[in-house]
Structure formats: C-alpha cells, structure tokens
Design a protein around this ligand. Structure first.
Ligand code: ZN
Ligand code: ZN
Length: 363
C-alpha cells in the first residue's frame, strides 16, 4: 500500500466516525495544493480528488502524463469541460450520502455551485480534517524535512562567507537563492528575509535595497522546499562589530530559544512552551518587544499546525515537527530572532537544525 493510500484510508475512517462517507478535494490554481499532494502525491496546480469507497482523480490534458506517473492506484478521469460537472456526475453515481469538503481551501462560490449540482447529497464543510492528519510526520516526511534543512544550512554557510559591508539585502537574498537552487532546492519556501540594521526589527520584513553597514545586526530568515517539504531557519549576525545592545538582546533571545527547546516534548501544550520562552524575555525587561507566537508546525507548507503560542490549544505529539523562534524587536535599532526546527519525541525533542548560534557571529 502506498503512503498516500494509507493517508486516504485514515482520513476516510476519521470521517466515518462523523457519518461522512466521502471527501472531495478541489485544487484549482493551487487552492488546495498541499492537501491534494499529501493525499495523492500529485504535485500540480489543478486537479480534483474524490475519496470514498470508490475513488476518482480528475485532471485535464495539461497534467495527464504527470498524474500517470505521480498518482498510483486511483482511477483517472480526464476533464474536457468543466471540472465541477465531471466531479458532480461521478459523485451522483456513487453511494455517497454525506460528502466532506475543506471549508478552509474551497471558495464559497465553488461550494455553492457544487451544492446545486448535488441536490440529493449533503455537502459537509470541514475545516481542518486533512491538516489534522498532516500534523504528525512519518519517517519519509521527516527525512525530507531533514534534507531541506541540510540544504538550507549548507547554503547559509556559503552566503555567510561572501557577505561584506556595502552589499544590499536584496543582493544577499538573490545570491543565497541562487546557491540554494544550484544545490537542488525546488524553490525557496518563502520570500527569503534578509533584514539589516533597523529593518531587522520588523519580524516579517520585505527584503529591500538597504546596504549593510558596520554595526548592523543582520537577520536572515530562510528556507527551501525540496522533495515537497520545507525548511525554516533564522540566524542573526553582526556586521563588522558587535554593539552592546545587539549583544544584550542576542543573549536573551538565545536563552529563550534554549528554554523553548528544553520544554518541547509530547504531552506539552503549545501554550505552555510559548509561555516558558516568553517568560525569559519578560524577565529581562523586553516583554513588549516579542509580539508573535513562539513557533509553528512545518511540513509541506512552511506554516502548518500545530502552533506554539499563547492562543494555541494544541498538545504536542510524537512525530510533530515545529519551529521554536523567539525574538526581541527594538524599533529603530534592530531585532534578533533565533529559529530552530525540532522533532517532537515522547520525552523531549530532537533539534533538527544545527547551524551554530552560540555566539553572535561577526561578519
Ligand atoms: Zn522563519
Ligand atoms: Zn518560522
């Protein structure tokens, strides 16, 4: 049995407990790309999938050959007209009574149209059914995440050796992406963040044209996608020299990062791990300078479940892969974030990232 079939069976048995006997995934222009990939192995922008006792996969001429290679063991329908017509025709011919559909990834208008075409079938919007399954990673997924991290770290090492005052943030980001792609990354997992000086105080800064200067903090938040899986890593460097303020916040964030890593284990809540790391920052007097959550799940997408934050209701389980990324951001001066990725075990976690962080390295 393929891992994809195993996942579809797990989904179906979870749905049967809710008396739902089918599930349809509509992926148009990548609207549900991560879930359809997880459930079938399909890696393209447009296709639909019915999971029920009788399964069906729908795609059009652009993807037929690709699907024949990627999707194993699901009858394939080539769509020549409208996707929803073919999907509805097929559903109407099956014994499905209640059909689940992702309310997160399907537009309201698609759901409305499908409802009209399936008058005798109850369409049940489900918020995060597949996302729930994706939380715990299997061996193959973990191997792919490790691989993405390895590629990211070796690329970071290469760019760090090249960075010099006078380069712009954008030049560094472009050069780094080139190194990553050359090393085999499918693509960057998100727009690489290279933030110098005061820009590093913006947690989701858009890399711009500022030149890096002596005395700056330089923050790099970077990741790749390879084998369908993402990495996510943040490190901060000092340009030319270390300032007292830069060193101070670096040391606090490093302690918060280590505290978060030490607290991460199966059975712990996302909220309590966040709180432990946050307490370190608050005790040092920077409570108001750490606004975002401590971390997030990582996998096919760069931000997945579970969440480590004060609002999180998630409990960690063995096999989850999450980031731990506390930060301190001082407007007008700069910021420090130290982000690692961990694999959750029963009695703790394994830190998958290994790029050095012990010292605020001077470039
Ligand atoms: Zn990141
Ligand atoms: Zn992150």
């Amino acid at each position: 049995m393929t891992i994809y079939r195993e996942r579809r069976e797990r989904l179906l048995s979870a749905l049967r407990e809710k008396e739902i006997d089918g599930f349809v995934t509509l992926n148009f222009e990548s609207s549900d790309a991560a879930n359809i990939y997880y459930l079938s192995g399909f890696h393209g922008s447009t296709a639909a999938l019915i999971i029920a006792e009788e399964e069906s996969f729908f795609t059009d001429s652009r993807y037929i050959e690709q699907v024949q290679n990627e999707v194993v063991g699901i009858p394939l329908h080539q769509v020549k007209g409208k996707y929803l017509d073919d999907v509805a025709d097929t559903v109407n011919k099956t014994k499905i009574n209640r059909l689940g559909i992702s309310s997160n990834c399907t537009s309201y208008s698609l759901i409305e149209t499908l409802r009209k075409k399936l008058p005798a079938i109850e369409l049940v919007p489900l918020k995060e059914e597949v996302e729930q399954l994706r939380r715990c990673k299997d061996k193959e997924e973990i191997a792919r995440i490790r691989n993405a991290i390895r590629l990211t770290e070796s690329s970071l090492e290469k760019i760090v050796a090249k960075i010099a005052p006078g380069m712009t943030e954008a030049e560094i980001a472009l050069e780094l992406e080139f190194i990553m792609r050359k090393a085999g990354a499918e693509k960057v997992a998100f727009d690489l963040i290279v933030a110098a000086g005061e820009n590093s105080a913006l947690p989701h800064y858009r890399t711009g044209n500022r030149k890096i200067e002596r005395g700056d903090l330089l923050l790099l938040d970077i990741g790749v996608r390879t084998g369908g899986y993402c990495s996510d890593l943040t490190r901060v460097f000092a340009v030319g020299k270390v300032t007292a303020q830069g060193q101070e916040i670096y040391d606090i964030v490093l302690t918060a990062n280590r505290t978060g890593l030490a607290a991460a284990a199966a059975g712990k809540s996302g909220k309590e791990i966040d709180q432990k790391a946050r307490d370190v920052i608050a005790a040092a007097g920077y409570k108001d300078h750490f606004g975002h959550g401590l971390g997030h799940g990582l996998g096919i997408e760069v931000h997945e479940q579970p969440r480590l934050s004060l609002l999180s209701t998630d409990i960690l389980e063995e096999g989850m892969v999450v980031t731990v990324e506390p930060g301190i951001y001082l407007p007008g001066f700069g910021g420090v974030r130290i982000e690692d990725v961990v694999l959750i075990h029963g009695d703790g976690c394994e830190v998958l990232t290994s790029f050095p962080k012990e010292e605020l390295q001077v470039l």
